[in-house]
Design a protein around this ligand. Structure first.
Ligand code: PEP
Ligand code: CO
Length: 453
């Protein structure tokens, strides 16, 4: 087994050292001067998150690594500028609040909520070019790079899109902070977080009963103790996105007064995608220099040495809460792959959080050409994640989901038993199929059951 030694792990790092590594999945900008001017501008704009918040999240994640807290991470596969509006943002928060309440109540464990939002604008692609009817154009790489429309003008990477992404992230974060501070998540006012289109859903009914029960318990506790329970509205959200666009991530990586090291102030929790997690990767290089907790996707192709090198490179001091391994094997492959990686991490004494992404290993195409996922496979992969961790003396720390609060028809199955023919009704995702509100809430109730099995 050849793994990196300690001197290799502590190689010098600087903001630009990623440029000497293998750079994958980046756009080619035709105008370098325009790119550089934009990056200077970006680097001068205020941060989107603070170092204090980042440190607080890392503390919560250290609790997750000890099994004292559960991580719920969710949001769009790709955010779009067009979806940066009040109802889409608040519906997404409502789903995450409801799911976390189901878990807090059902598992009796605190939850840390991390959104795939306020910056999830860059997407990895399998090819640099897309060809239609003999015409080849640069692939769409997310709203931070270019536009989806299949025309030459739309597909040319434009640095101004990075500024737009920054502004949309700031607007999203601002709205979320204001909602949360204003009592949006107050348990005494569940009417704030009802989602209109699901009044008659079975899960929604189950959820209202649960809220009624919680309210009753709170009233009981207040009468018993003789004082009001405070902080019932204090729900925190942390932001996360795939740290894919390296120029953008570098511009958001900064030092702050009175704290050591560099912080990525564009999101609390950046993660490295599966396509850029190689040990020689520029993405791993940029991420190893920051103080933020970082996620890294792993899959069937991740071998034992790779896992050890990744963890030691990103977390040479083995700090608890620093590295979250987001595993995405697919329901069919998890039992063949997860046990060996758990054993490897144990043998190498790696302090990591294991988080299940049951979405990206379960994508399939339907006969009518839709990219979809089956609810039963998503649910199965989470069930197996709990089981395999338990059987191997480890524990599942959290889940990573693609979901929306909208009434979309992108994933098959769930309570309404969505069929292939239903997919065309409301298939609006820019990239991957997401769970709709009903499916997400149903999944939360299943997760609660798996937790106890
Ligand atoms: C994603 O999370 O949207 C994604 C592209 O995942 P992965 O890197 O695991 O393929
Ligand atoms: Co995705």
């Amino acid at each position: 087994m050849k793994t990196l030694n300690r001197t290799e792990q502590h190689q010098p790092w600087n903001l630009e050292s990623w440029k000497n590594k293998a750079i994958r999945q980046q756009a080619t900008y035709p105008d370098q001067q325009h790119l550089n001017q934009t990056l200077d501008k970006l680097a001068s704009l205020p941060p989107l998150v603070t170092s204090w918040e980042i440190k607080r999240l890392k503390k919560y994640l250290a609790e997750v690594s000890r099994g004292e807290r559960f991580l719920v991470q969710g949001g769009d596969c790709a955010e779009s500028f067009a979806d940066c509006n009040s109802s889409i943002i608040s519906n997404r928060l409502k789903v995450l609040i409801q799911m976390s309440l189901v878990l807090i109540h059902g598992c009796q464990i605190p939850v840390v909520r991390v959104g795939r939002f306020a910056g999830q604008y860059a997407k990895p692609r399998s090819a640099d070019l897309e060809t239609r009817d003999g015409v080849s154009l640069p692939s769409f790489r997310g709203d931070i790079v270019n536009q989806n429309e299949f025309t030459e003008a739309a597909r040319i990477p434009n640095p101004d899109k990075m500024l737009e992404a920054y502004h949309h992230s700031a607007m999203t974060m601002n709205f979320i902070r204001a909602l949360v501070a204003g009592g949006f998540a107050d348990i005494r006012h569940p009417e704030y977080w009802n989602i209109d289109w699901v009044k008659h859903s079975k899960s929604a009914e189950k959820f209202s009963n649960l809220v009624a029960q919680i309210k009753e318990s709170v009233n009981f506790a207040e009468v018993l103790v003789g004082t009001k329970v405070h902080n019932l509205s204090s729900v925190e959200f942390f932001s996360a996105h795939e740290a894919l666009h390296l120029h953008f991530e570098q511009a958001m990586t900064r030092t702050v007064p009175r704290a050591e090291g560099y912080f990525n102030l564009g999101a609390h929790f950046p993660w490295i995608g599966l396509r850029t997690n190689q040990i020689d990767s520029a993405h791993v290089e940029l991420m190893r220099g920051i103080e933020n907790p970082v996620g890294v996707k792993i899959g069937t192709e991740t071998d034992d040495d790779h896992l050890i090198d990744l963890c030691r490179t990103l977390n040479p001091d083995n700090e608890p809460g620093k590295v979250t391994l987001i595993h995405r094997f697919g329901a069919k492959n998890i039992e063949d792959n997860l046990p060996r990686l758990i054993a490897t991490a144990k043998k190498a004494d790696l302090d990591v959080i294991w988080c299940a992404d049951p979405m990206h290993g379960n994508t399939e195409a339907t006969s009518n050409g839709y990219k979809t996922r089956r609810f039963e496979n998503i649910s199965k992969e989470i069930e197996l994640s709990f089981k395999v961790h338990k059987e191997n003396g480890s524990h599942l720390g959290g889940v990573h989901l693609e979901l929306t609060g909208e009434n979309v028809t992108e994933c098959l199955g769930g309570a309404r038993s969505l069929q292939e023919a239903d997919l065309s009704k409301a298939y609006t995702t820019q990239v991957d199929p997401r769970l709709n509100y009903e499916q997400a809430l149903e999944l939360a109730f299943s997760i609660k059951d798996f937790y106890h099995q």
